[in-house]
Ligand binder design. Structure first.
Ligand code: CAA
Length: 284
C-alpha cells in the first residue's frame, strides 16, 4: 500500500517536527491538538522552523508555501477519515492513547495504518483496543526530527509484514533510515541511551566529576555532538525519568533505576531546556 495522506495527532516538539518532514516531503497532512491554543502553537512552531530553513537557504520560499499548503489543521477527529497513516504523538499516557486509538479505529477506513511515536509504552496494548491489530505499529522519531536521520519501526508480535513494508517505504520517502525493533520498552536506542544518561547523572550524585567535565569528556573523547548532561536537558528530565521507570518496571534491572537526583530535579520542575533549568541554566 502507498501512503498518500498522513495524519499527525499532537503538536509538541516531536509532533511538529514530524509534521514538518511530512509536508516538506510532499504529503498532505491533517494535524490536530486538544485545543485551538495548542493547535496554533504547533502551527507556529512548524512555520518558524521552516522560516529558519528558508533564511539558511536550505528551503525556497516557494517550497515553504507549497509545504504549508499541504496542512489541514482541525480539532475534529472525523477529519482524519481520509488518512492512510495516522501517527499519534500525544502525551505518554496509556489510557489517553487507547482512547485515541479507539476513536481513530472507528473513523479511519480499514486500510489505514495507526502508528505511535511512543518511546516506551507497549504498542501492542494500544493495538489491542482496535479491530486492526496487524495494522498498528510504532514509528519512533528522534529530536530534532528534521535533523535526526533515524526512525525506529516498532513491530509488535501481531504487526503484519505488509504494514512493516509500507511504513518502511514511507520512512524512506522522508529521507530517514529505518531500523526495526521489538515492542519492548526502550526499543533499540533508548535501551542503550537511557542507562548511559542515568550513569552520567549518578556520577554527578557521587561527585565523580563536574557536569562540564563529564560533558566535555564525552564530546571530545567519543565525538558525541552533546555530552550526556546537555543531552539529558535537551531530551527533558521528566521524559528520561518516565522512560527509565517504564524500563525498570518491565525488566526489573537496576541499570534502569533512576538516580535519586533525577527524581528530585523532576519534583522541583527542573526539567531541562523546556523549563529553563536542568543541569544547566537556559534562562539567560
Ligand atoms: N530543527 C531543524 N534543524 C535544526 C534544529 C531543529 N530543532 N536544531 C538544529 N538544527 C540544524 C541546524 O539548522 C544546523 O543545520 P546546518 O548545519 O545545515 O546549518 C544543524 O542542525 C546543526 O545545528 P547547530 O549548529 O545549531 O547546533 P549543533 O551543531 O549543536 O547541532 C543538534 C544541534 C543537531 C541538536 C546536535 O547537537 C545533536 O545532534 N545533538 C544530539 C541530539 C540527539 O541525540 N537526539 C536524540 C535524542 S533521544 C530522542 O529523541 C528519543 C527519545 O525517545 C528520548
Amino acid at each position: 500500500m502507498e501512503i498518500k495522506k498522513v495524519g499527525v495527532v499532537g503538536l509538541g516538539i516531536m509532533g511538529s517536527g514530524i509534521v514538518e518532514v511530512c509536508i516538506r516531503s510532499g504529503y498532505p497532512t491533517v494535524i490536530s491538538e486538544i485545543n485551538q491554543g495548542l493547535l496554533d502553537k504547533g502551527m507556529n512552531a512548524i512555520k518558524s522552523s521552516m522560516e529558519r530553513a528558508v533564511k539558511k537557504g536550505k528551503l525556497s520560499e516557494q517550497d515553504q508555501n507549497a509545504a504549508l499548503g499541504r496542512l489541514t489543521a482541525t480539532l475534529k477527529t472525523e477529519d482524519f477519515s481520509g488518512c492512510d497513516l495516522v501517527i499519534e504523538v500525544i502525551i505518554e499516557n496509556m489510557e489517553i492513547k487507547k482512547k485515541l486509538f479507539t476513536d481513530m479505529d472507528k473513523i479511519c477506513p480499514p486500510h489505514t495504518i495507526l502508528a505511535s511515536n511512543t518511546s516506551c509504552l507497549s504498542v501492542l496494548e494500544m493495538a489491542s483496543v482496535t479491530k486492526r491489530v496487524p495494522q498498528v505499529v510504532g514509528l519512533h522519531f528522534f529530536n530534532p526530527v528534521p535533523v535526526m536521520r533515524l526512525i525506529e519501526i516498532v513491530r509488535t508480535i501481531a504487526t503484519s509484514e505488509e504494514t512493516i513494508e509500507t511504513v518502511k517505504s514511507f520512512g524512506q520517502s522522508l529521507d530517514k533510515t529505518l531500523v526495526i525493533a521489538q515492542d519492548a520498552p526502550g526499543f533499540i536506542v533508548n535501551r542503550l541511551l537511557i542507562p548511559y544518561l542515568l550513569d552520567a547523572i549518578h556520577m554527578i550524585e557521587i561527585g565523580a566529576a563536574t557536569k562540564e567535565d563529564i560533558d566535555r569528556g564525552m564530546e571530545l573523547g567519543c565525538n558525541h555532538p552533546m555530552g550526556p548532561l546537555t543531552l539529558a536537558d535537551f531530551i527533558g528530565l521528566d521524559t528520561i525519568y518516565f522512560i527509565a521507570n517504564a524500563m525498570y518496571e518491565e525488566f526489573k534491572d537496576p541499570k534502569y533505576a533512576s538516580p535519586v537526583l533525577l527524581k528530585k530535579m523532576v519534583t522541583i520542575g527542573n526539567l531541562g531546556r523546556k523549563s529553563g533549568k536542568g543541569f544547566y541554566d537556559y534562562k539567560k
